[in-house]
Structure formats: C-alpha cells, structure tokens
Design a protein around this ligand. Sequence first.
Ligand code: PHB
Length: 396
Amino acid sequence: MPERTRVVVIGAGPAGLLLSHLLDRFGIESIVIDSRTREQIETTIRAGILEQGTVEILTDTRASDRVLTVGQKHEGIELRFAGEGHRIDFADTVGRAVWLYPQHEVLKDLVAARLAAGQDLRFGVTAERVEDAGTSRPRIVAKDAEGNPVEIEADVVVGADGSRSVVREAVTGTYGGYFREYPFAWFGILCEAPPSSPELIYSNSPDGFALISQRSPGVQRMYFQCAPDTDTEAYTEEQLWEILQARVPGTTLNEGHIFQRDVLRFRSFVAHEMRRGRVVLVGDAAHTVPPTGAKGMNLAVADVVLLTEALRALLLDHDETLLDAYPEIARRRIWKAQHFSWWMTNMLHLQPGASDFDRMRQIGELRTIVESHAGRAYLAEAYTGWQFEGGLPGVK
Ligand code: PHB
C-alpha cells in the first residue's frame, strides 16, 4: 500500500524546501524526498545573489534570519568595459537591493527550519517515476538508500528536482521545451582571499568575460568565460590568476589559494508545460537560465510563491482556478528572466568568431546602458527582481 500525504515534493533544493515551509504555514502537510544526502545538499556551492523579494519571503515567513546578519546587502554592481568601470546604483535608480548570501546557506536555514517543525524530509530517496499523473491521486515511485521501494500517493506531486528532473517527463514528455545553448561556459573558482572590490564586477574584456563575486570576508568566488569543454585541471593556480587579472584591467585582484574549481555550462530552457493535472513543476525542473543575471534560484522562489497560493486554494477551498492559472502567470516572469539572462550574457561575453564590428557594437550597447538613467534603471529593476504578483503568501 502506498503512503499518503497531501503534497509530495520531489527535491530538497531551495524550491522544494521553501514550498513545504510555506504550505506548512497554511497547515498543509507534505513529504519532501531527495536522492542526495543532507551533507551533499548543504555543501554544494551554487548561486550567491538573492533578490530583494526572495529575502523578504525568507525573513517575513521566518525561514531565515541569518540572511540579514550573515548575508551582505549590495546596493549596486560594477559594469566594466573598454578600460572603465561604471557603477549601476540600485538604490538611486529603483530603491531596491540584492543580498549576497550563498544558496547552500539558504538550504542550511531551510533544512533546519523544516526539521525543527517536524517536516517529513527524507534524504537518500530517489524518485524513479510518477504514476497516475492524469488522475486526482498521482503517485511517486521511488527507492530509499538501501534500495527498498517507496511509494507515496498525494493530492499533488510537485517536481522541484532540478534540471535533470524525473518528474518533468510525466508533465511534458522528455523533450518538451524551448532550448538554447551557448558557445561558452564559465570557469569558476573559490579562493581564500579578502574581497577585491566592495561590489560585484561584471567585466567585458577583449579576452572575454569575467565576474568578480564574493562568498564571505575570507572566501571569494570568481568566474571567467571559457570554452564549454574546458577541463577544470587545464590551468595551474598561477595561470588562473593571470587569466583573471587580465580580464579586469584597472583592478588588482587579491590572490589566494584556489581550493575549488568547476566549469558551468550555459543553457536556456523553458518547458512547454509546467502542469499536467495534479503534477506540477517548479524551478529548474521547468526552466534553466545562464548564470549571468543571477536569476536561477530567485525564479524558483517566484514559482513557489505562486504555487503556494494555488495549492492553498485547491486543498483548503477546493478551488482549482489558481492552479489552472499557475503556468500562464509563472511564464510571464520566466520569460522576462529568460530575456534578461540572455541579454546580460550576450552583452558581456565575447562571442567566438566575433568581428571587430560585433565587439565595437557591444561597447556601444554597454555605453547606452551606463550613460542613461533609463538604461541603468532597467538593469537595476531586473537584477533586483520584479515585484511578486499578488504579494507574499501567508504573510499578514
Ligand atoms: C555567484 O556569486 O555565484 C554569482 C553572482 C552573480 C552572478 C552569478 C553568480 O550573476
């Protein structure tokens, strides 16, 4: 006999954990499963920037207080090109801000809050498929860490299981989506050093893009554009510093021991469908953005905010209209974020085979933004995040 709950959530990432947290505020029971261990979830280095709305939902619903104490408020970024740095001032243009607070810290807070609340949260449980997707009693078929079968039946199955989602197939079929690949990737490093700049630097240089980001007062995160098939061991530490230094002319980077390297592929993806009956997708399971605009985790949070309201209406008021509207409303923001991420990516990266004209046009585009209040305001508005439609669920 399968177990039963109201909502079964596949994936204990930011989307899945936040959804179970928000549902709990309405007294809606859920089970969250994830194939990874708690340690893997809490230590994998991912994104770093939270939009203002993401921070508000985390703090107003008591999911995280640490974001305000450990996280750092950033009221601008620097765009660098043609040997000059230009500050985009968020406070001055849109009166909003972002917080630098690593995703794994968000996950630590959410896991701790869910466990303290008695959430049924199961690590090491791997979803295999969804059954009865078209009915009002969909079921997830999974295996626990010892290989024992697990079956959970629910009113709603939510796929919050990332870009390699197992749930997606039950909603869209395997290839059902809009897709774009980019001819470059990011080489990312973590190093032990103090920050090189008070704010993030996004640099368009003749050698290609670089991003100078941060993690904490003693640990910095930096990236440079590379070919997608680059090996993480292709460079010595010395070579990595040479490459990074050359891409931010005018700034001397504080160098230190590089203790982690990774290569991030660039993709844009939006699933054709986000819902089939009582099976719903959120976050990376439904869409992927290249990292340049720092939108990935924030977009997942925006989906969850909408879906919480839809599930509250369905499960407490027997009203399905919000769930019917969920994909359509979510997609408006998803495509705005897709555009912003694509635009930032194309404006800042060196396209393989770019002509002199292409490169000079890019500088013209960057100047158009930084020398115009409207241009700076557009970038600031998108980067700090559009307001959530309908406000925050469960926040009085
Ligand atoms: C990061 O710190 O990992 C980061 C920051 C800003 C981005 C992308 C990644 O746009």
